[in-house]
Design a protein around this ligand. Structure first.
Ligand code: SF4
Ligand code: SF4
Length: 224
């Protein structure tokens, strides 16, 4: 990470940037106000999702939603990371967490991890029409606790019921997104900010494969 270049201990390997963009903290609000960071640059990580905390090895269930700089295509690598130069393209406007991350001295980043995080609601004015969409989605399609989902999928006697239940949730989530795209003219980037990632994408790391067929959308578990 170029952010670490000022630190003698940072070897600029880029590993931290490639693992994912930073979560945003209240200290980053100025970057949003100035337009250095825009909503299209962000993805909402919703309560119930599984996410990797800074320097953690295993994902944990998210207790409260937060915003994160989105990845590159289907990859978590921070969208502002330049592979060719192994540097940050927004170095002077990089978020707070990037300036604090030093993998050889994790105390500073760990001290702010999970604290004082910005959410969608910090970026939506009370009269923003997208606010109603965010609330409708949260009410109708809350993200299930994916830690519990994972446990249920691992229990042979609960697997089929769980897949059946998830199929209904995935269909409902996709239908709402499709209506929202038409009603609000949402780009895919803005959808990631407003609604987070679709449930079927969140289930993929748990081994759940989503397929569309003549019979409609169906879910099954990838063979071990
Ligand atoms: S902070 Fe650590 S992981 Fe990040 S670029 Fe520097 S050496 Fe690599
Ligand atoms: S904003 Fe820059 S420093 Fe921070 S993770 Fe992305 S590329 Fe790395």
């Amino acid at each position: 990470m170029e952010a670490g270049a000022a630190r003698s201990s940072c070897k600029r390997c880029g590993s931290c940037c490639r693992q994912g963009g930073p979560a945003l903290h209240s200290g980053d609000a100025g970057l949003l106000r100035s337009g250095s960071l825009r909503r299209e640059h962000l993805v909402t990580v919703r309560r119930g999702e599984l996410a990797l905390a800074p320097l953690a090895r295993e994902p944990e269930v998210v207790a409260a939603e937060f915003l994160k700089v989105r990845g590159q295509g289907g990859d978590w690598c921070c969208m502002f990371y330049d592979h060719a130069t192994r540097g940050c393209t927004i170095y002077r406007q990089r978020p707070l967490a990037c300036g604090l991350l030093d993998c050889s001295r994790p105390e500073e980043i760990l001290a702010i991890a999970g604290r004082d995080l910005l959410t969608r609601f910090d970026c939506l004015a009370p009269d923003d029409p997208l606010l109603a969409l965010v609330r409708e989605h949260e009410e109708q399609c809350p993200c299930p606790d994916l830690g519990l989902v994972r446990a249920r999928l691992q229990a042979p006697d609960r697997r089929q019921d769980t897949l059946h239940w998830l199929t209904g949730l995935v269909r409902h989530d996709l239908a709402l997104r499709s209506r929202a795209a038409a009603r609000y003219g949402l780009s895919v980037d803005l959808e990631l900010f407003c609604l987070g990632r679709p449930l079927f994408q969140l289930l993929a790391p748990l081994g759940v494969v989503t397929r569309e067929s003549a019979a409609g959308l169906g879910l099954h578990l990838r063979p071990a």
